[in-house]
Design a binder for this molecule. Sequence first.
Ligand SMILES: C[S@@+](CC[C@H](N)C(=O)[O-])C[C@H]1O[C@@H](n2cnc3c(N)ncnc32)[C@H](O)[C@@H]1O
Length: 280
Amino acid sequence: MGKNSNLELDEIGCWSEVKLDILRDYAPAYTTIMSRQSFIKGYYYIDGFAGYGIHKSKTRNEFIHGSPSIALQVVPAFTGYHFVDLNSKKVEYLKASTATYPNARVYEGDCNKVLMEQIFPIVRYEQFKRALCLLDPYGLDLSWEVIFTSGQSKSIEIFLNFPIMDMNRNILLKNSDKVFPAQANRMTFFWGDESWKEVAYRKQKGLFDILEEKTSNQVMAVAFQKRLKEIAGFGYVPEPMPMRNTRGAIVYYLFFATPNKTGNKIVENIMRKYRNRRAV
Ligand SMILES: C[S@@+](CC[C@H](N)C(=O)[O-])C[C@H]1O[C@@H](n2cnc3c(N)ncnc32)[C@H](O)[C@@H]1O
């Protein structure tokens, strides 16, 4: 990717590097399988929250390839690439650095709109098109509609950042009465309905009152895994991978969801490999 000395790059921690390593491992397996199926007419890489394509490491004095650069380097290559970002500087940089890739398109805008209106409609199962899509927001900026539509398509598989730290900081407070309505709406936007409220708090009868107790990260993640399968309709959703910061706190869970049995097996194996890698 191009010159990066004047860019305000994200400094990324080990938890983001693991996500990128998982993508780096899985993407070539995906394109190899797709390229061997003669009936498949196109297999695309889609990045809803693409970024610059380059980051700085938080712990080492190094640049790190971001998800767009990793995808572009995959061998065998994807048939096409669709990168979306809201930030015009990032889009401008991505456009310049992908200029030599005629099959790469960069879109400026809210991916919740761009994916639904411009990108997902060209990845139709019945037209033998398939896609691997990375949905990697900083926080709760992704709509359930996008997740649901991917699941229903049967042609799109996703890696998904489930931003539990944003949830814990702003929504899953010990006392649910203290949650601002605008924050609760962000959660509903991501989760798809208000059923997160029942998952997030366990109610018990006290002596005089109903007592409310906050449930754990694990309970939230398991409930979301169930939604991906039962409501979005993904055939396979392996156990998500908790991504921890250097203090051991879970920043987000990395989910994978796919209609594909083989893809599921491969990602389970890849995640097993990284699951025990300690944060540094
Ligand atoms: C976590 S970073 C993405 C990192 C990138 N996937 C990687 O691994 O190299 C999130 C990106 O999403 C962008 N963003 C935030 N909200 C967005 C939205 N609604 N639609 C598209 N991009 C958005 C930000 O500008 C930022 O570049």
